[in-house]
Design a protein around this ligand. Structure first.
Ligand code: PLP
Ligand code: COI
Length: 338
């Protein structure tokens, strides 16, 4: 194996094993281990035709002490249950989720990037409808798969400011649609925005609320936050994913003596922020230096010296420090697994 850990992009690298469980006759099977990257699937499976699927994303972090930690894995397990309910799929029991992710990490431990490389082992649990249906209805059979892959930072810049573009001619999710579920359909819907802003030279789209286009929703595959007057502010919306990273940053901000607000956040307010950023498992904290409104050409600038702001930096260092076991985990977010 010859991986240059510190140069890894956020992409797929083959590992040795994945873990699978099957749902049939109302029951989940015990886990199976596979060394294949493929599986046969029925041509009429609901996942293929009607998007009946959901996934998760979490990471295993190698610490300075060489121990391997998971971060808030139970929140991911619960969110997968929330997504499953949203698409009328059976919930993956919390114990099965845990057993599968632990097994997948253990079996591929040689792929866990060493401490200090900026890379981590990304864990991707996936739930799909495998039963055949032609009418639009929930399948009666499902498969739960967990694979892992070593990844670098989601935005190739790492902890460096990125430029974001507001998209108005496509929506990721409707106000009462599937935005709070981590389901493939939302990502399919976001591809138009992603490709459009990449072509214009921007890292990621900013989505506004689909109904009025007045409030900030989220940044591609990450939540949005802004900081002003010692306050951490993040959008409340019925069409965005409830980010576990964002939940953690809200707690950390509070612990640092900041006020925290989760509320509808008008785009007009953006000019008043001292710092803005995107957050998520993959994005960690990604500071934003510029937001362009592609329709009007108006630009909002942050990080005027080209560097991440002081509060974003402190939040980043604390979060990453806890994840790697360097800062005391007073919230009990981490679990040593290896
Ligand atoms: N928003 C979207 C659309 C995402 O795909 C993700 C990633 O999972 C996030 C936000 C961040 O969520 P989390 O911090 O739980 O990874
Ligand atoms: C995450 O896990 O933070 C993501 O949203 C990853 C993305 C590639 C879907």
């Amino acid at each position: 194996m010859n991986l240059e850990w510190s140069k890894l992009p956020f992409g797929y690298v083959k590992t040795d094993y994945n873990v699978r469980s099957y749902y049939k006759n109302g029951q989940w099977s015990d886990i199976e281990i596979s060394d294949s990257e493929y599986f046969p699937i029925h041509i009429a499976a609901t996942a293929l035709h009607y998007g009946q699927q959901a996934f998760e994303g979490l990471k295993a972090y190698c610490g300075k002490d060489n121990k391997v930690r998971l971060f808030r894995w139970k929140d991911n397990a619960e969110r997968l249950q929330h997504s499953a309910k949203g698409l009328h799929m059976p919930e993956v029991p919390i114990e099965l989720f845990y057993k599968a992710i632990i097994k997948a990490v253990e079996l591929n431990k040689k792929y866990i990037p060493p401490y200090g490389t900026g890379a981590t082992l990304y864990i991707r649990p996936l739930l799909i409808g495998t039963g055949a249906e032609v009418g639009v209805k929930p399948a009666s059979e499902y498969m739960f798969i967990v694979f892992v892959t070593p990844v670098g930072p989601y935005f190739k810049e790492g902890f460096k400011p990125v430029k974001i573009a507001i998209v108005r001619d496509s929506d990721r999710a409707a106000p009462l649609g599937t935005g709070t579920f981590k389901v493939g359909g939302n990502y399919a819907a976001s591809l138009r925005g992603i490709v459009k802003v990449h072509k214009a030279g921007y890292s990621s789209p900013m989505y506004l609320d689909a109904k009025e286009k007045k409030y900030i929703d989220e940044i591609g595959a990450a939540n949005f936050f802004g900081i002003k007057n010692n306050t951490y502010i993040t959008p409340y919306s019925t069409s965005i994913l409830d980010s576990i990273t964002n939940r953690s940053l809200m707690k950390l901000a509070e612990f640092m003596g900041m006020k925290v607000e989760k509320r509808p956040l008008p785009l007009d307010e953006i000019e008043t922020f001292e710092e803005v950023g995107a957050c998520g498992t993959a994005a960690i904290i990604t500071p934003i230096s510029e937001i362009i409104d592609l329709d009007t050409g108006k630009k909002y600038h942050f990080c005027k010296d080209g560097k991440p702001g002081p509060i974003s930096t402190k939040l980043y260092n604390t979060l990453v420090g806890i994840q790697h076991g360097e800062i005391e985990d007073i919230f009990n977010w981490t679990e040593v697994i290896l």
